[in-house]
Each structure stands twice: as C-alpha cells, then as structure tokens.
Ligand binder design. Sequence first.
Ligand SMILES: C[C@](O)(CO)[C@H](O)COP(=O)(O)OP(=O)(O)OC[C@H]1O[C@@H](n2ccc(N)nc2=O)[C@H](O)[C@@H]1O
Ligand SMILES: Nc1ncnc2c1ncn2[C@@H]1O[C@H](COP(=O)(O)OP(=O)(O)OP(=O)(O)O)[C@@H](O)[C@H]1O
Length: 289
Amino acid sequence: MIHDTLAWPAPAKLNLFLYINGQREDGYHELQTLFQFVDLADSLEVTANNSGDITLTPAIEGVALQDNLIFKAAQALQDASGCQLGAHIKLDKKLPMGGGLGGGSSDAATCLHALNYHWCLGFSDEQLAAIGVKLGADVPIFISGRAAVAEGVGEILHPVNVTESWYVIVKPEVHVSTVDVFKHKLLTRNTKKREIATLLNTPWHNDCESLVKKQYPEVAKAIDALIEYAPSRLTGTGACVFATCASQGQAQNIIDSCPTWLNGFVTQGRNQSALRQRLDYLKNIDDKI
Ligand SMILES: C[C@](O)(CO)[C@H](O)COP(=O)(O)OP(=O)(O)OC[C@H]1O[C@@H](n2ccc(N)nc2=O)[C@H](O)[C@@H]1O
Ligand SMILES: Nc1ncnc2c1ncn2[C@@H]1O[C@H](COP(=O)(O)OP(=O)(O)OP(=O)(O)O)[C@@H](O)[C@H]1O
C-alpha cells in the first residue's frame, strides 16, 4: 500500500547554547548544544509512486540533485530498506540556506520520516536517525523533533523542556562555512563538559561566536545592533543571529524599530517540532483505524 500525497513541515532549529568540548580523531567535534525548534519551516509535498525514481522540484539554485540532502536521504532510505518504490517531492524552501538554522538537515529528516510513512516501511526513529546522521550531524535532532541537549557530535539526545520564547532572527548577508569554522585554529574547542542541569542554569553562550564575529564583520555588526534591544547570540556556526524576547509584542517592536538593514523576522520557539506534531497526529489516526 502507498499513502496519498501529503505536505510535510521541515522546521528550523536554533542552538540556544553551543559548547565545543574537544575534537575526535576523525576531525569531528564533541559538542554540548541546546536545540529548540522554531515555527518557520520548509515544506515537502510528497507523492509516492511505483517508478522507483526520486524526483524533486524545484531545483535549489547552486545545488545539484545528487547533492541535495532530500535526494540523498531518499536514496539512503531506499538502500537501507530495499524498497522499490519512488516518489516525487515538491519543495517549498522558506529557510535561509547556510544560516545555522539547519534547513538542509531538517529537509533530510522530514524526507526520511515522510517516505517511511508513504512507503509503509515501519522504521523506528532510532533506525531513521542512524541513517540520517550519515547525512549530517544535525539530522538526528530533526528526526526526534523534541527540544534536547545534544552531546557527541550532536546525535546523543537528552530531551528537555525550556521556555518557548519569541525570537527575532536575522540573517546577515554573508555565507559562513561550517567546515571553515570547525577547522579554524582559533576556535574555542576545550570547554569543560558539564552536567545538563548545570548547563541549563548557567548563562548561555556559543563557542563559535567570537571567532565568527572576527572572521565575518557582517555577523559582528548584526549581533552588536540586535543586542541593544534584547540578549542576542549566534546559532550554530552562523551566519544567523537571534534575539531572545519576553513576548511576541517585544519581538515585533524590535522589528519595527531596528534599522531596516537588519532585515529580521519574528518566530516562536517550540519544544516539539511541527514534524513531530504531524507524526503524532498521523499515529493517532492510524491507531483509531
Ligand atoms: C554546528 C551545528 O550546526 C550545530 O547544530 C552542527 O553540529 C553542524 O551540523 P551539520 O551541518 O549537519 O554538520 P555536518 O554536515 O555533519 O558537518 C559539516 C562539517 O562541520 C564539521 N563538524 C560538524 C559537526 C560536529 N559535531 N563537528 C564538526 O567538526 C565537520 O568539519 C563537518 O565536515
Ligand atoms: N535541501 C537542502 N536545503 C538546503 N541546503 C542544502 C540542501 N541540500 C543540500 N544543501 C547544501 O547544504 C548547505 C548548508 O545548508 P543549510 O541551510 O542546511 O545550512 P545551515 O543552516 O548552516 O546548516 P547547519 O546549521 O546544519 O550547519 C547549503 O549551502 C547547500 O549547499
């Protein structure tokens, strides 16, 4: 049986804090980071078919089909399951790319969950995360869809509930390369690992921020401007920065009164992602049938 066409959300994440505790022999870094989702999301409309092919429209400018994380996720799931079915996926891209909001990883996670459903494979979250982590360190958190402190390279997840604040997110007009930040010799990579309760109760920072501010003046300018209105920080390796607001009204006031070049948007934090809500809803329906 194949399920019909459905549109699936692929929301963004913020790293509310990000500490780098060391580097592994394979070059990847050991992290402690707090992930929360926000309302802004891409959408993947998925139609399963019998062709065995994966097609994707529209193409993302500058990203070949073979490199698109959605295509790679679909192929990885075909390989892992031996499934002979195909799918057409229509992508509505809303998330800024290369901004530290995890758009590519979120698209990949949503594709894995969606095809697992449409192709009726019955893979568990753990199985999907194991497939996903090979595509990107951020994919497992999007598979889980629950706010969490992540450890390891980002794949060991400890779910937490934190305040669902309103945020102003700003994307400076610059592309920050995640690889270059992690490779840089001046990156802080020796922060002492701490207990989760200690991390949650100590002021939050991002170990990449001082380096990224030095390397990318546009990011420094954005943080310095935004911090005049509310506590503001880098997410992931950037380039996006976010201000944490006490209310939707405060967030909207910041947008209305800050210089127009900051070009931000307002969104709310979520401890449960829109994808997780969709999966729970579908499970409820299936359980009733
Ligand atoms: C910085 C974060 O955005 C925090 O959420 C992520 O850890 C990055 O996740 P991602 O974009 O899914 O990362 P990947 O595509 O797996 O890795 C991109 C590059 O970042 C570096 N990288 C990434 C994650 C990690 N824990 N250590 C690393 O050193 C590696 O050089 C890797 O080649
Ligand atoms: N479906 C996709 N959506 C966005 N980017 C993709 C996708 N597939 C491949 N990519 C590639 O991944 C790169 C990083 O995109 P993405 O938007 O995920 O960055 P990011 O938000 O900085 O991610 P992270 O926070 O995980 O480091 C893009 O520049 C693009 O070349």
